[in-house]
Design a binder for this molecule. Sequence first.
Ligand SMILES: C[S@@+](CC[C@H](N)C(=O)[O-])C[C@H]1O[C@@H](n2cnc3c(N)ncnc32)[C@H](O)[C@@H]1O
Length: 214
Amino acid sequence: MNTMAAPRPLTAIEKYYRFHSRIYDATRWSFLFGRSGILDPIAAVAKPTRILEIGCGTGKNLVTLAQRFPDAEVTGLDLSATMLDVAESKAAAFGGRVKLIHRSYDAPLDAEPAYDLILFSYALTMFNPGWETAIECAQRDLVAGGHIAVVDFHDSVFPWFKRWMGVNHVRMDGHLQPKLEALFQPQTDKLCSAYGGVWKYLMFVGRSPRSGGF
Ligand SMILES: C[S@@+](CC[C@H](N)C(=O)[O-])C[C@H]1O[C@@H](n2cnc3c(N)ncnc32)[C@H](O)[C@@H]1O
């Protein structure tokens, strides 16, 4: 793992995942819907070779990405060292093809765009503040014509549910979709219902504009 020394107090998110990293894989299947399906529209139109997942957590999607795109180099980035500790053994199974980076995504990774697919899976709603910057960074890290894929919570009509998600550091205000639509050419852009309408989640795939716009 590429671990940057971080002599600083842990953020609220890092503290949260010190415990939740232990139960994450056993529990999140029951409510983080769409994590596999978000890759279907990409696989139908493109064969990405340099893939980045921002907020990769315990690495479930890194495995899916590496299996689905066997010629691709896959990089997972996350703020939480404890989540990356869990991801490490999954990444190791692919030799050097899956790499991990420990940092916050608050600036582009490279001076030049280097990735043809960037995935955010249930990450952006936890970037508070920072979600707008992260989307803008992804636009700069994506090569022209590359794809961004986002699956995440969207909104709920139930205030108690939004409050509960807020306790878990998740913002559910339908705030991601307009920003994504403004910066990327939508290929897939839909809201899906979970548990009979308790909440909606967003599935968005967009293409990075080539120079001159969409
Ligand atoms: C709900 S988990 C999602 C993990 C994985 N993508 C999945 O679908 O299972 C959100 C992840 O985003 C990470 N995260 C939160 N803020 C971040 C930031 N500013 N930069 C990088 N990662 C961040 C958290 O540490 C956590 O691992």
